[in-house]
Design a protein around this ligand. Structure first.
Ligand code: NI
Length: 161
C-alpha cells in the first residue's frame, strides 16, 4: 500500500462525475488499500477516489478508527432527520464550515467482491456517507455550507514541533 497525493479544492478532478466500477481488478484493490492508508495518514474520516485523482465511484470511511467501510458504487436509498454541524474535507485542509445533513442514511454499495450490501448510518457516519458520495458527483461540502468557512487550529500538530 502507498500514500497517494490528495488533490486540493480547485483541482478540476474534484468537479467531475465519477464512473461506476465494473469489476474489481487488482488495480482497484490496490487503490482501495491506498485510499485507506492515505485517509488514516491524513487523520481523515473519509476519502473519495477523485480526491486521489481517480474518477471512479469508490469511497472509504472510518469514523471511529476501528470500522473501515469500503463503498463501491454507493447509492443512497433513504434519508431521514437532519443534523447541523461542522464539516471539513481533506481537499480543503485547515477549514471547517457548518453543513446540515440527514441524521440517518441507508446506502447500498458493493464490497471488494462486488457483492451488494446495505449500510445504515446515523450521526457522524451518516454525515460522512453524504459528504463522500457528494465527491463522486463533483460536489464539495462548500456548496452546502451555511455561513462562512472558518479556520481550524491544529493545536496537537503545533505542540509536537
Ligand atoms: Ni471531502
Amino acid at each position: 500500500m502507498a500514500i497517494r497525493n490528495i488533490r486540493m479544492m480547485g483541482d478540476k478532478v474534484l468537479e467531475k462525475t465519477c464512473r461506476p466500477v465494473e469489476t474489481v481488478t487488482p488495480r482497484i484493490r490496490q487503490l482501495v488499500g491506498d485510499m485507506l492508508e492515505t485517509m488514516y495518514d491524513a487523520c481523515g474520516v473519509g476519502l473519495a477516489a477523485p480526491q486521489v485523482g481517480i474518477l471512479k465511484r469508490i469511497v472509504v470511511i472510518d469514523t471511529d478508527g476501528e470500522h473501515p467501510h469500503i463503498l463501491i458504487n454507493p447509492e443512497i436509498l433513504e434519508t431521514s432527520g437532519s443534523q447541523t454541524g461542522d464539516e471539513g474535507c481533506l481537499s480543503l485542509p485547515g477549514k471547517t464550515g457548518t453543513v446540515t445533513r440527514p441524521n440517518y442514511v441507508k446506502v447500498r454499495a458493493m464490497d471488494l467482491d462486488m457483492q451488494p450490501f446495505e449500510l445504515e448510518a446515523t450521526e457522524l457516519l451518516a454525515r460522512a456517507v453524504c459528504h463522500e458520495c457528494d465527491h463522486l458527483d463533483g460536489i464539495m461540502y462548500t456548496q452546502h455550507v451555511e455561513g462562512p468557512l472558518r479556520d481550524v487550529a491544529y493545536q496537537e500538530e503545533e505542540e509536537e514541533e
